[in-house]
Design a protein around this ligand. Structure first.
Ligand code: HEC
Length: 130
């Protein structure tokens, strides 16, 4: 009987998403939600407007990167990819928490899954660049 393993494999590959619960798209992500998330998770160190209380000023990220918003760097910093195992790191690794539903983002023709809250925070930071 050769059908059984095939059916098992097929059901394993089926995505576990509900038809009535569509994934958010990149268009659903905005800086307004990012501002709320920032106030809740980041403002104690970076101030609500990102200018920095005990953390660095986040309104000059683009300027520091030569005029282009350093999106990948920002996402990696929030996620914590930059600092795994660094005992000196002050900023928490937000990637270790639930950063919301995954959104598929087109990047160089490839769909990359990114957590929605990470995108919203990044959109907010992009919006406050001086
Ligand atoms: C406990 C304090 C703290 C919290 C909370 C915090 N940060 Fe930070 N953040 C820092 C510090 C301090 C740095 C400087 C690098 C380091 O020491 O880790 C930093 C660096 C950064 C950088 C890089 C800045 C640069 O100039 O390179 C970004 C971007 C950033 N934080 C975004 C965020 C976001 C978004 C949140 C909320 C999701 C957040 N931070 C929460 C303290 C914090």
């Amino acid at each position: 009987m050769r059908l059984a393993p095939l059916m098992l494999a097929t059901s394993f590959l089926l995505p576990a998403c509900q038809p009535n619960d569509p994934l958010p798209t990149e268009a659903d992500i905005d800086a307004t939600r990012g501002r709320v998330l920032f106030a809740e998770n980041c403002a104690q160190c970076h101030d609500p407007d990102g200018t920095g209380a005990i953390g660095p000023d986040l309104t000059g990220l683009s300027a520091a990167a030569g005029g282009t918003f350093p999106e990948n760097y920002v996402m990696a910093t929030i996620d914590g990819l930059d600092r795994h195992g660094d005992p000196e790191a002050v900023m928490p690794e937000f990637g270790a928490r639930d950063l919301g539903d995954t959104v598929i983002v087109e990047h160089d023709g490839l769909g990359t899954p990114v957590p929605a809250d990470l995108l919203a925070l990044t959109a907010f930071l992009r919006s406050i660049q001086g």
